[in-house]
Design a binder for this molecule. Structure first.
Ligand code: IPM
Ligand code: MG
Length: 362
């Protein structure tokens, strides 16, 4: 297979971890006989510095024309001025919207060897295997009206939580489909006791659930869901929720895995390239030191192989190598170890090259 992948390393530790994920993809290509070509572009704070905008039209067009997009992280103190015209985060939101990637898949799986890295009691986190599906192109992030004004001599700011029925339906359909291949349980998270948009969400969740009688559907209010993620995460399987709730709950859920540096994500639309990024941020405090955990980005590359290129065997080979390296005690600083970003990748890739994987089926 031949694939074109656009790289958006971004800011902070983004370039360091994306470089390692590229090495991982190159190792996969060599082992399984594929050709991946990479095109690097600026997005986020680095793009503001270079072009005066966080996402140029050319970069968006290049991403739209690619088979997949791999992103590091955006943002940092340098671009944090609240009065600034543009922000690194705006580029990321414009990219998500421009690619139409409405479904953000954030798997949270606790590796048995990392149970002690979590601040929660071991018996709470053992066996956790959750897939959070976050709606990514609607809700408060994009609703209209939005903005600031002076009204009756007072400053006023507005954001709008808006959802159309089709936006809710397509993300719930995906959640039920994903649950079919898992533990057959969907937890739909809303705030239907207060929000009108949540009442529409819940109504559509119930309608969609009727098409999947083999799947158990439960509705949990977002405040309760945030508590359940700490008190009983092992009981949850697929969680589906709107954009803002998903943003908050996935940071919370990431703590279960021992380090945010472990977690990947995939953002998918109905068609076109997927967008893959680790869920950690740009971590300016450790940028440039070569100590960031590359696993979140390497696992994002595995999701890219699976969802954008249909290379399931290759994706699993990379994931197994990560699991094996962790089982063998390989640790970066965030996990209490001393391996550098590059050394951690070396450990993973050596295990992948040495493993006897089944021949790819294509
Ligand atoms: C995330 C991040 C982004 C979001 C920011 C950087 C805009 O927090 O991907 O979770 O809020 O979606
Ligand atoms: Mg977030």
């Amino acid at each position: 297979m031949q694939a074109n992948i656009v790289l958006l390393p971004g800011d902070g530790i983004g370039p360091e971890v994306v470089a390692e994920a590229v090495r991982a993809l190159e190792a996969v290509a060599a082992k399984f006989g594929h050709t991946f070509s990479f095109t690097e572009r600026l997005m986020g704070g680095c793009s503001i510095d270079q072009f005066g905008t966080s996402l140029t039209e050319e970069t968006l067009a290049d991403c739209q024309a690619a088979d997949a997009v791999l992103l590091g992280a955006v943002g940092g103190p340098k671009w944090d001025d609240p009065a600034a015209k543009d922000r690194p985060e705006r580029g990321l939101l414009a990219l998500r919207k421009g690619l139409g990637v409405f479904a953000n898949l954030r798997p949270v799986k606790v590796h048995p060897a990392l149970i002690d890295c979590s601040p929660l009691k071991p018996e709470k986190v053992r066996g956790v295997d959750i897939l959070v599906i976050r709606e990514l192109t609607g809700g408060l992030y994009f609703g209209w009206p939005k903005g600031r004004e002076v009204k009756d001599g007072r400053e006023r700011a507005v954001d709008t939580l808006e959802y159309y029925d089709y936006e809710i339906r397509r993300i719930l359909e995906l959640a039920f489909k994903m649950a079919t291949g898992r533990k057959k349980k969907v937890t739909s998270v809303d705030k239907a006791n207060v929000l009108e948009s949540s009442r529409l969400w819940r109504q559509i969740a119930i309608e969609t659930g009727k098409k999947y009688p083999e799947i158990t559907l439960e509705h949990v209010l977002v405040d309760t869901a945030s508590m359940r993620l700490i008190t009983g995460p092992a009981w949850m399987d697929v969680i589906v929720t709107e954009n803002m709730f998903g943003d908050i709950l996935t940071d919370e859920a990431s703590v279960l895995a021992g380090s945010m540096g472990m977690l990947p994500s995939a953002s998918l639309g109905e068609r076109g390239p997927g967008l893959y990024e680790p869920i950690h941020g740009s971590a300016p405090d450790i940028a440039g030191k070569g100590i960031a955990n590359p696993i979140g980005t390497i696992l994002s590359a595995a999701m890219l192989l699976r969802y954008s290129l249909g290379l399931e065997v290759e994706a699993a080979a990379l994931e197994q190598a990560v699991e094996q390296a962790i089982s063998d005690g390989c640790r970066t600083a965030d996990l209490g170890g001393s391996l550098t970003t590059r050394q951690m990748t070396d450990e993973i890739l050596r295990r992948m090259r040495d493993a006897e994987n089944p021949a790819p089926i294509h």
